[in-house]
Design a binder for this molecule. Structure first.
Ligand SMILES: *Cc1c(COP(=O)(O)O)cnc(C)c1O
Length: 225
Protein backbone atom coordinates (compact mmCIF):
# COMPACT_ATOMS: atom_id res chain seq x y z
CA UNK A 1 0.00 0.00 0.00
CA UNK A 2 1.38 3.46 -0.83
CA UNK A 3 1.56 6.01 1.95
CA UNK A 4 -1.43 8.05 0.77
CA UNK A 5 -3.63 4.95 0.77
CA UNK A 6 -2.26 3.97 4.18
CA UNK A 7 -2.95 7.43 5.59
CA UNK A 8 -6.53 7.33 4.32
CA UNK A 9 -7.06 3.87 5.79
CA UNK A 10 -5.72 5.09 9.11
CA UNK A 11 -8.01 8.10 9.24
CA UNK A 12 -11.07 6.15 8.15
CA UNK A 13 -10.48 3.74 10.98
CA UNK A 14 -10.73 6.62 13.42
CA UNK A 15 -13.87 8.13 11.90
CA UNK A 16 -17.39 7.00 12.77
CA UNK A 17 -19.19 5.63 9.72
CA UNK A 18 -21.51 8.61 9.29
CA UNK A 19 -18.67 11.16 9.14
CA UNK A 20 -17.51 11.88 5.60
CA UNK A 21 -13.87 12.46 4.78
CA UNK A 22 -12.99 15.33 2.44
CA UNK A 23 -9.42 14.81 1.22
CA UNK A 24 -7.98 18.32 0.94
CA UNK A 25 -5.74 18.17 -2.12
CA UNK A 26 -4.93 21.87 -2.56
CA UNK A 27 -1.39 22.47 -3.84
CA UNK A 28 -1.01 18.74 -4.45
CA UNK A 29 -0.38 17.20 -7.89
CA UNK A 30 -2.93 15.12 -9.76
CA UNK A 31 -0.83 11.95 -9.23
CA UNK A 32 -1.42 12.26 -5.51
CA UNK A 33 -5.15 12.66 -6.04
CA UNK A 34 -5.17 9.57 -8.25
CA UNK A 35 -3.46 7.56 -5.54
CA UNK A 36 -6.18 8.58 -3.11
CA UNK A 37 -8.80 7.85 -5.76
CA UNK A 38 -7.42 4.36 -6.26
CA UNK A 39 -7.72 3.86 -2.51
CA UNK A 40 -11.44 4.54 -2.86
CA UNK A 41 -11.52 8.24 -1.97
CA UNK A 42 -14.13 10.19 -3.95
CA UNK A 43 -14.53 13.49 -2.06
CA UNK A 44 -11.82 16.07 -2.54
CA UNK A 45 -11.49 19.64 -1.27
CA UNK A 46 -9.75 22.53 -3.01
CA UNK A 47 -9.41 26.20 -2.14
CA UNK A 48 -8.59 27.83 -5.50
CA UNK A 49 -11.23 27.98 -8.23
CA UNK A 50 -8.95 27.64 -11.25
CA UNK A 51 -6.87 24.88 -9.69
CA UNK A 52 -10.05 22.97 -8.91
CA UNK A 53 -11.40 23.50 -12.43
CA UNK A 54 -8.20 22.16 -14.00
CA UNK A 55 -8.08 19.14 -11.73
CA UNK A 56 -11.74 18.45 -12.44
CA UNK A 57 -11.01 18.50 -16.18
CA UNK A 58 -8.15 16.03 -15.96
CA UNK A 59 -9.34 13.59 -13.31
CA UNK A 60 -12.09 10.93 -13.13
CA UNK A 61 -15.58 12.36 -13.39
CA UNK A 62 -17.01 10.53 -10.40
CA UNK A 63 -14.94 12.68 -8.05
CA UNK A 64 -17.10 15.03 -5.96
CA UNK A 65 -15.33 18.39 -5.67
CA UNK A 66 -15.86 20.46 -2.54
CA UNK A 67 -14.77 24.07 -2.54
CA UNK A 68 -13.41 25.07 0.87
CA UNK A 69 -11.51 28.34 0.40
CA UNK A 70 -12.42 31.99 0.23
CA UNK A 71 -14.25 32.36 -3.08
CA UNK A 72 -13.87 35.55 -5.11
CA UNK A 73 -17.04 36.46 -6.99
CA UNK A 74 -15.24 36.74 -10.34
CA UNK A 75 -14.11 33.10 -10.02
CA UNK A 76 -17.49 31.56 -9.19
CA UNK A 77 -18.32 30.84 -12.81
CA UNK A 78 -15.40 28.44 -13.21
CA UNK A 79 -16.64 25.98 -10.61
CA UNK A 80 -20.43 26.21 -10.96
CA UNK A 81 -20.71 23.59 -13.73
CA UNK A 82 -19.41 20.75 -11.56
CA UNK A 83 -18.91 21.73 -7.91
CA UNK A 84 -20.61 19.33 -5.49
CA UNK A 85 -20.67 21.65 -2.49
CA UNK A 86 -19.28 25.09 -1.59
CA UNK A 87 -18.36 25.03 2.12
CA UNK A 88 -17.17 28.60 2.30
CA UNK A 89 -20.14 30.92 1.80
CA UNK A 90 -18.99 33.79 4.01
CA UNK A 91 -21.32 36.64 3.03
CA UNK A 92 -24.81 37.30 1.71
CA UNK A 93 -23.21 38.98 -1.29
CA UNK A 94 -21.29 35.82 -2.17
CA UNK A 95 -24.37 33.62 -1.84
CA UNK A 96 -26.34 36.01 -4.07
CA UNK A 97 -23.61 35.79 -6.70
CA UNK A 98 -23.41 32.01 -6.53
CA UNK A 99 -27.18 31.94 -7.01
CA UNK A 100 -26.92 34.26 -10.03
CA UNK A 101 -24.19 32.21 -11.71
CA UNK A 102 -25.94 28.92 -10.92
CA UNK A 103 -29.16 30.28 -12.47
CA UNK A 104 -27.27 31.13 -15.68
CA UNK A 105 -25.95 27.59 -15.87
CA UNK A 106 -29.28 26.09 -14.80
CA UNK A 107 -27.89 24.40 -11.69
CA UNK A 108 -28.82 24.26 -8.04
CA UNK A 109 -25.64 24.35 -5.99
CA UNK A 110 -25.26 22.97 -2.49
CA UNK A 111 -23.69 25.44 -0.07
CA UNK A 112 -22.67 25.67 3.57
CA UNK A 113 -22.57 28.86 5.61
CA UNK A 114 -19.11 29.51 6.97
CA UNK A 115 -19.07 30.94 10.47
CA UNK A 116 -16.29 32.85 12.13
CA UNK A 117 -15.68 30.81 15.29
CA UNK A 118 -11.92 31.29 15.82
CA UNK A 119 -10.25 33.97 17.89
CA UNK A 120 -7.98 34.81 14.95
CA UNK A 121 -8.91 37.88 12.95
CA UNK A 122 -8.01 36.43 9.59
CA UNK A 123 -10.58 33.68 9.28
CA UNK A 124 -13.56 34.49 7.11
CA UNK A 125 -17.16 33.88 8.00
CA UNK A 126 -20.54 35.09 9.15
CA UNK A 127 -21.40 36.01 12.68
CA UNK A 128 -24.61 34.34 13.83
CA UNK A 129 -26.48 37.65 13.63
CA UNK A 130 -25.31 38.30 10.07
CA UNK A 131 -26.48 34.88 8.98
CA UNK A 132 -29.91 35.40 10.52
CA UNK A 133 -30.18 38.80 8.87
CA UNK A 134 -29.61 37.14 5.50
CA UNK A 135 -32.00 34.27 6.15
CA UNK A 136 -34.89 36.58 7.04
CA UNK A 137 -34.26 38.94 4.14
CA UNK A 138 -36.81 38.94 1.30
CA UNK A 139 -34.02 38.41 -1.26
CA UNK A 140 -32.95 35.14 0.32
CA UNK A 141 -36.27 33.43 -0.35
CA UNK A 142 -35.83 34.14 -4.06
CA UNK A 143 -32.47 32.43 -4.41
CA UNK A 144 -33.66 29.15 -5.84
CA UNK A 145 -30.39 28.08 -7.38
CA UNK A 146 -28.62 27.54 -4.08
CA UNK A 147 -29.46 24.98 -1.47
CA UNK A 148 -28.16 25.53 2.05
CA UNK A 149 -27.06 22.20 3.52
CA UNK A 150 -25.43 23.23 6.79
CA UNK A 151 -22.54 25.06 8.36
CA UNK A 152 -18.73 25.14 8.25
CA UNK A 153 -16.09 26.58 10.52
CA UNK A 154 -12.39 26.58 11.35
CA UNK A 155 -11.19 26.57 14.93
CA UNK A 156 -8.25 28.60 16.17
CA UNK A 157 -4.90 27.10 15.22
CA UNK A 158 -3.72 26.31 18.74
CA UNK A 159 -2.58 23.49 21.02
CA UNK A 160 -5.27 24.60 23.47
CA UNK A 161 -7.80 21.81 22.97
CA UNK A 162 -10.23 23.37 25.43
CA UNK A 163 -10.51 26.43 23.23
CA UNK A 164 -10.84 24.35 20.06
CA UNK A 165 -13.59 22.25 21.63
CA UNK A 166 -15.42 25.36 22.75
CA UNK A 167 -15.31 26.80 19.22
CA UNK A 168 -16.60 23.59 17.63
CA UNK A 169 -19.35 23.49 20.24
CA UNK A 170 -20.31 27.03 19.24
CA UNK A 171 -20.60 25.97 15.61
CA UNK A 172 -22.72 23.00 16.62
CA UNK A 173 -25.00 25.33 18.57
CA UNK A 174 -25.35 27.62 15.54
CA UNK A 175 -26.29 24.62 13.43
CA UNK A 176 -28.92 23.48 15.94
CA UNK A 177 -30.46 26.94 16.21
CA UNK A 178 -30.58 27.47 12.45
CA UNK A 179 -32.03 24.02 11.94
CA UNK A 180 -34.76 24.72 14.44
CA UNK A 181 -35.57 28.27 13.35
CA UNK A 182 -35.14 28.14 9.57
CA UNK A 183 -34.65 24.62 8.24
CA UNK A 184 -36.71 22.32 10.44
CA UNK A 185 -38.54 20.75 7.49
CA UNK A 186 -35.47 20.47 5.33
CA UNK A 187 -33.83 17.10 5.45
CA UNK A 188 -30.83 18.27 3.45
CA UNK A 189 -29.83 20.87 6.02
CA UNK A 190 -27.72 18.44 8.01
CA UNK A 191 -24.00 19.08 7.54
CA UNK A 192 -21.50 20.36 10.07
CA UNK A 193 -18.17 20.70 8.28
CA UNK A 194 -15.49 20.98 10.95
CA UNK A 195 -12.17 19.36 11.77
CA UNK A 196 -8.79 19.38 10.01
CA UNK A 197 -5.57 17.38 10.48
CA UNK A 198 -4.76 18.92 13.85
CA UNK A 199 -8.19 18.90 15.43
CA UNK A 200 -10.53 16.44 13.72
CA UNK A 201 -10.85 13.99 16.65
CA UNK A 202 -12.27 16.83 18.76
CA UNK A 203 -14.53 17.96 15.89
CA UNK A 204 -15.93 14.45 15.55
CA UNK A 205 -16.65 14.30 19.28
CA UNK A 206 -18.51 17.59 18.93
CA UNK A 207 -20.75 16.41 16.10
CA UNK A 208 -18.88 16.97 12.83
CA UNK A 209 -20.44 15.30 9.79
CA UNK A 210 -17.60 16.18 7.39
CA UNK A 211 -13.91 16.50 8.21
CA UNK A 212 -11.55 18.30 5.82
CA UNK A 213 -8.14 16.67 6.03
CA UNK A 214 -5.09 17.55 3.95
CA UNK A 215 -1.65 17.11 5.47
CA UNK A 216 -2.45 13.89 7.35
CA UNK A 217 -3.22 12.34 3.95
CA UNK A 218 -0.88 14.02 1.48
CA UNK A 219 1.92 15.29 3.73
CA UNK A 220 2.78 18.90 4.39
CA UNK A 221 2.23 21.49 1.66
CA UNK A 222 4.91 23.58 -0.01
CA UNK A 223 3.27 26.96 -0.60
CA UNK A 224 6.30 28.25 -2.51
CA UNK A 225 5.90 25.97 -5.51
C1 LIG B 1 -6.18 23.54 4.01
C2 LIG B 1 -7.50 23.43 4.62
C3 LIG B 1 -7.87 22.27 5.34
C4 LIG B 1 -6.95 21.08 5.56
O1 LIG B 1 -5.90 21.42 6.41
P1 LIG B 1 -4.92 20.31 7.03
O2 LIG B 1 -4.46 20.92 8.29
O3 LIG B 1 -3.83 20.10 6.03
O4 LIG B 1 -5.70 19.07 7.26
C5 LIG B 1 -9.15 22.22 5.87
N1 LIG B 1 -10.02 23.23 5.71
C6 LIG B 1 -9.70 24.35 5.05
C7 LIG B 1 -10.72 25.42 4.91
C8 LIG B 1 -8.43 24.49 4.49
O5 LIG B 1 -8.14 25.61 3.83
Amino acid sequence: MNSIAANIANIRERLPEQVRLIAVSKFKPEEDILQAYEAGQRLFGENKALEMRDKHEHLPKDIAWHFIGHLQTNKIKYIIPFVDCIHSIDSAHLLAEVNRQAAKQDRRVRCLLQFHIATEESKFGFSYEEAVRMLVSPEFSEWRHVELCGVMGMATNTEDSTLVRKEFRTLRTYFDRLKQDFFSGEENFREISMGMTGDYPIAVEEGSTMVRIGSAIFGSRNYNL
